[in-house]
Every structure is written in structure tokens, then in C-alpha cells.
Design a protein around this ligand. Structure first.
Ligand code: URA
Length: 427
């Protein structure tokens, strides 16, 4: 059968600043998924979109076409409200780990389909795999069973969910077309809408360690995603949160599990508690549970009980000790003063170079590699004081990691104002 369009015409339309029709978008996404449109042609179209942008109707059509390229999940049979969170990714961002159990302790289902880390930002699945026995893979039936029973699940997004996005994302990654608002928004939201959650809170990160380096572009991305969610019938909100410095005090897979457990035990660093609780309140509010005292649920052990259930349901042992890296290196303050900068990107790249992240998606990660931070931003420090401990299984990595980390540490003469973690909210 003849194809409905000529791909060269579609590319030319966008290249020259025109609008793509709904039919053109449906066709090009479908034809690319079928292999009729080639990688080089889709790469050219992505670059044209990157340069020329897309209007709201085009973004909605692009998102829907990617959803329609695969299966849609349906949780309406669960008999309880469903809610999910998506973060655009940052350094030390382990929020998913305490958040799912915290929210599910209120009788709500939290079906989280997560990914692996690429580059300097970590992935939830890599983190949870630091727990002995824990597995992300499961059938859809098993996922429903866990959601009915313990309420929270973290699973690998199956190949059937928005397959067009998987192909397009891999291509964007190697053609400098990732950081493009219409393409990011449609990529994230196609997966979240196909996942079938009734409500969604987006944690859009802003700062050096995030995709979006400034608040205006982050706000634009957040608004585009909130509009896409609402248009598709998913109650969607967004928080804009700071990612100029790492979240919490631990970066790296197993280290982030450790810190998440500290939060679930009623402790942990305040920035991580604040973001986790604000996201939880919004998720619960959208499920008809307003004003939940989520801080109390962290302190009184309810969230910890849900965590233990969630980890056991996926084969993990919540009591098993986590492995520690055999090699460590301490970074000391080189002057007296105030810790005025601890740059998220510098530490994220450092942790990645220590072995916590991967450069290509087939690379293994070191579950024990990463960075512990021993001082708070703005804190007075003295020369020789321990600021960081670096962890790795391969000590020849310290040198390259330090090349990234050291320029990210600034000790100044004057204290800095405390930073705001939650910068804005889009309803
Ligand atoms: N995460 C996604 O899933 N897609 C993007 O385009 C960027 C981040």
C-alpha cells in the first residue's frame, strides 16, 4: 500500500517553519515505528522541530501519536485512586524511594514506571537494585497484585509502552536534540499518560544539575506538560524545585537507598524531607486526601512499613545490609570560610566518573560508588575539615572524578542566604 505522505515533504514543512497537520504527525510517528521512515529522516525532523518549535496542537498530536504507538495500561479495576510522580532528573534525586511508600501508606496506589540512569543523573531502578534480591521486572498481572496489596510498585517501563518514544529518544540522545521543550514534554507525558495513572505530580528541576538551567525555561516545560496531562484527562500539577546543588547528602545508587531509609525512619536531610513531603501532599490532595500530615507518617513508621512491604513484594530483603565500596577518598576544605557553592553538575559528573552512572545504556553501574557530603551549603568550614567522601570499586577513577568535583566547591568569605528548594508550583 502506498504511504500517505512523503517524509521529505514533512521534514521540509517543519524546516521552513510551517505547522505539521495532525495527519502528518500521526503518519510520521507510525511510519518511523514501522521502519518506513529512516533514522536519518527522523533525526532531520527532530532537528527541524528543535529549531522551529511546535505549537500546542502539534505537541498534543505528537504526544498522542507516541501513546498510540504502543499499549496503554489501565488501573481502573484496582478500586483505589492512582497517583504518580515524575522528576525531570537531578543529582542525588532519590525522592521516588521514600515517596511511593509514604503516599501508598494512605491507601492510594502508586504505580511508578521508572528508568535507568544515563549520564550524570541517576535512575531509580539502578538505585533499588542495590538492595539484595530486589527486581524491577514483572508481568502486568503481578504489578496489579502488588498495587492491590501493598499499593506501591517500582517497575521497569515495558517495551510496549510508547515504543515510538523509545526509538526517538535514543536518536535524540545522539543528535543533540534532547533539550527541546516540545520533544521533552511529549516524551515524558506520552509515557505517563500511557501508564494510566489518574493523577500526576511533575518535579521539574531547575539549575546546573538539571536539563533546565533557568527558571523561565523550566516553567515553560512544566506548563507544557501540565497542559498535556490535563488535555488527556490526567489531573496534573508541577513543582519547580532547585537543582543547583545535590539533593540530600548522598549521591550514588546504594548510598541513595541508605539516605531514603533514613527519611523513612523519620530522619534524613531537611531538603529531601521537604521535597518528598510537598510532592506527597499534592499527590494525596489529588486523590481526595487534603491536608495529610505526611511528616507524621514518616515519623511514626507508617511509611517505613509500606517501604518494607514494597521491597519484599519485589523480592528484596529490606533488612539486608547494603554493600559499601572498598575504596574511599576524602575531600577536605582548602581554606577557612563558608561553603558557598557545591555544584550539582560537578558532583553529578564526579559520581558518574566514580562508577555510579553509565555512559552507554548497556554499561554496568557500580552499586556502591558515589559521594557523601558532610557539610551544608552556607555552613562555616575550617581548613582541613572533611567535606566529601568519594566511594568507588575502582580507585583509578578518583583522579578523573576529582577533576570534575573540585571546581564545583567554592569556599567564600561571607555566609550565603539559605536557598529555597521549592521555587514555584503550577496547577
Ligand atoms: N526524559 C524523558 O523521558 N524524555 C526526555 O525527552 C527527557 C527526559
Amino acid at each position: 500500500m502506498a504511504e500517505q505522505f512523503d517524509v521529505v515533504d514533512v521534514i521540509r514543512t517543519k524546516r521552513d517553519g510551517g505547522e505539521l497537520s495532525t495527519d502528518q504527525i500521526n503518519w510520521v510517528i507510525d511510519a518511523y515505528t514501522r521502519g518506513v521512515v529512516g533514522d536519518e529522516q527522523m533525526a532531520a525532523l527532530n532537528m527541524a522541530i528543535f529549531i522551529r518549535d511546535m505549537g500546542r496542537r502539534e505537541i498534543v498530536d505528537w504526544t498522542n501519536a507516541m501513546i498510540n504507538s504502543g499499549e496503554r495500561m489501565n488501573f481502573t479495576g484496582l478500586g483505589k485512586p492512582t497517583t504518580d510522580k515524575h522528576s525531570t532528573g537531578g543529582v542525588g534525586d532519590k525522592v521516588t524511594l521514600p515517596l511511593g511508600p509514604l503516599v501508598s501508606s494512605y491507601g492510594v496506589a502508586v504505580p511508578q514506571l521508572s528508568g535507568r540512569g544515563l549520564g550524570h543523573t541517576g535512575g531509580t531502578l539502578d538505585k533499588l537494585e542495590a538492595i539484595p534480591g530486589w527486581k524491577a521486572d514483572m508481568s502486568n498481572d503481578r504489578m496489579m497484585e502488588i498495587l492491590k496489596d501493598s499499593g506501591a510498585v517500582v517497575a521497569a517501563a515495558g517495551a510496549g509502552l510508547a515504543p515510538a518514544d523509545k526509538k526517538i529518544y535514543a536518536l535524540r540522545d545522539i543528535t543533540a536534540t534532547v533539550d527541546c521543550i516540545p520533544l521533552i514534554a511529549s516524551s515524558i507525558m506520552s509515557k505517563k499518560i500511557a501508564e494510566g495513572t489518574a493523577s500526576l505530580v511533575l518535579d521539574v528541576k531547575v539549575g546546573s544539575g538539571a536539563f533546565m538551567k533557568d527558571i523561565d525555561t523550566a516553567r515553560q516545560l512544566a506548563q507544557t506538560m501540565v497542559d498535556l496531562g490535563k488535555d488527556a484527562g490526567v489531573d496534573t500539577r508541577a513543582l519547580l524545585t532547585d537543582m543547583s546543588t545535590p539533593l540530600g547528602r548522598k549521591i550514588g545508587n546504594g548510598l541513595e537507598v541508605e539516605e531514603s531509609v533514613e527519611v523513612l525512619a523519620g530522619g534524613g536531610p531537611q531538603d529531601l524531607i521537604d521535597i518528598t513531603c510537598e510532592l506527597a501532599r499534592n499527590m494525596l490532595d489529588m486523590c481526595g486526601i487534603p491536608d495529610a500530615d505526611v511528616e507524621e507518617a514518616l515519623k511514626d513508621g507508617r511509611a517505613m512499613d509500606s517501604w518494607r512491604k514494597m521491597i519484599r513484594a519485589q523480592g528484596g530483603d529490606p533488612d539486608a545490609p547494603l554493600a559499601r565500596a572498598p575504596h574511599t577518598h576524602e575531600v577536605l576544605a582548602d581554606a577557612d570560610g563558608y561553603l558557598t557553592e557545591l555544584d550539582a553538575l560537578a558532583l553529578g559528573v564526579g559520581s558518574w566518573r566514580l562508577g555510579a552512572g553509565r555512559a552507554r545504556k548497556e554499561d554496568p553501574v557500580q552499586l556502591t560508588a558515589g559521594i557523601e557530603v558532610h557539610a551544608d551549603l552556607g555552613q562555616k568550614v575550617t581548613k582541613g575539615q572533611k567535606l566529601l567522601t568519594l566511594h568507588t570499586e575502582t580507585p583509578d577513577r578518583f583522579e578523573r572524578a576529582l577533576e570534575s568535583i573540585l571546581p564545583g566547591i567554592v569556599i567564600g568569605d561571607a555566609p550565603t542566604a539559605p536557598r529555597d528548594i521549592i521555587l514555584d508550583k503550577i496547577l
